[in-house]
Design a protein around this ligand. Structure first.
Ligand code: PLP
Length: 378
């Protein structure tokens, strides 16, 4: 019988072993990682909200008012008003009839997708979709069809041959490539073929669109997308996942989504911080944080200035795992935390550095990182 040790050795021999590094006292973008001060270019806290006083105060106030835990599923113990306030706000900003929140984005996918489709239905999924979308699709029992990344011709062929309810699943900003899906064309195709569309806005929420509500907001497509989901844990600096849809779909999810029904509701402080973050997005401060992020991104990639709101993820593909790891280690030695992302998070032979910039970085810090990467290349 294979032991865990065998498996770990096997991972290590392919440069695929992962481990945790202890961080103390984060002060974004500064991190203390195992007694070393480094600059954090790995976080998804794109606006720097995770340590924002408005969010921390909202979380503290909610903890004082409601306590630290929700103590049961929302169907069992009653559903705290603060979750409803958050969900009403989410529905409004998503131009949807209703919204439902979950403990995190992963639980949102695994709870909702198997409730939307099942045996006899078809899921049509972009090949580079996030692991939680793939797991949820498998869990649903629907027939799973995968199209090559952003390949509209193949998507259309699969839409023509889909059986039962057809659900197209894609992301607005892809989490490891930082590129966008061709949303307008996907919406037109799904409408033409009478399919449903689920758009995961995990890395666009807070960042894209005039108010930071996502790519669908930017393109004015919110009311034409059946299911808009995302996380409250990245640019919104809190934790949780959301799912916005018509009232009837949300009512069905309250009855069918297993990660909602059979799991303790998240702490009230999580909802309070999320609500504070959403409110902050459309203030002048929210706008200036997005402007700062865009300015920071343009230091790295000048062509970014052409985009209305550029995605905050910059992949630097090196190919093999060993080179990606060695580059990441060399950057760490120079005081930069930039993760090497390897298979299965990205396809084989596309190992990369995944650089994320935030509004909290200073120009010189970004220039220093760019110079360090360029000098490693030469
Ligand atoms: C991070 C991520 C999720 C999961 O959200 P969590 O709140 O972190 O669980 C889902 N989808 C995509 C595309 C993501 O990048």
């Amino acid at each position: 019988m294979r032991t865990p040790e065998d498996e770990l050795r096997e991972l290590d021999s392919h440069d695929l072993l992962r481990g945790l590094r202890v961080v103390s006292s984060p002060r974004h973008p500064h991190l203390r990682v195992e007694r070393r001060e480094v600059l954090n270019f790995a976080s998804n806290d794109y606006l720097g909200l995770a340590q924002h006083p408005t969010l921390t105060e909202a979380a503290i106030r909610a903890t004082k008012d409601y306590g630290t835990g929700s103590t049961a599923s929302r169907l069992i113990c009653g559903s705290l008003d603060i979750f409803h306030e958050l969900e009403e706000h989410l529905a409004t900003v998503k131009q949807a009839e209703a919204a439902l929140t979950f403990a995190n984005g992963f639980a949102t996918a695994t709870g909702t997708i198997p409730a939307l489709v099942g045996r006899g239905d078809t899921i049509i999924l972009d090949k580079l979709s996030h692991a939680c979308l793939i797991d949820a699709a498998r869990l649903s029992g629907a027939t799973l069809r995968v199209f090559p990344h952003n390949d509209l011709n193949k998507l259309e062929k699969l839409l023509i041959s889909g059986k039962g309810r057809s659900l197209v699943i894609t992301e607005s900003v892809f989490s490891m490539g930082g590129d966008l899906c061709p949303l307008e064309k996907i919406v037109a195709l799904k409408e033409q073929h009478g399919a449903l569309l689920l758009l995961d806005e995990a890395h666009a929420t807070g960042v894209l669109g005039p108010n930071g509500y996502g790519l669908a907001e930017e393109l004015g497509l919110q009311d034409r997308i059946d299911f808009q989901m995302g996380t409250l844990g990245k640019a919104l600096g809190s934790a949780g996942g959301y799912f916005a849809a018509s009232r009837q779909w949300i009512d069905l999810l309250i009855n069918k989504a297993r990660s909602f029904i059979y799991s303790t509701a998240p702490p009230p402080s999580q909802a309070a911080a999320s609500l504070a973050a959403l409110r902050l997005l459309r203030t002048n401060e929210g706008q200036s944080l997005r402007d700062k992020l865009k300015a920071n991104l343009s230091i790295f990639r000048s062509q970014i200035l052409d985009l209305e709101s550029p995605p905050p993820i910059i992949p630097h593909v090196v190919g093999d795992n060993a080179t990606a790891l060695a580059t990441s280690r060399a950057l760490f030695e120079q005081g930069f935390l930039v993760p090497a992302v390897r298979y299965p998070t990205v396809p084989k032979n596309t190992a990369r550095l995944r650089i994320t910039l935030t509004a909290a970085h200073q120009r010189e810090q970004i220039e220093d990182l760019r110079n360090a990467i360029n000098s490693l290349k030469s």
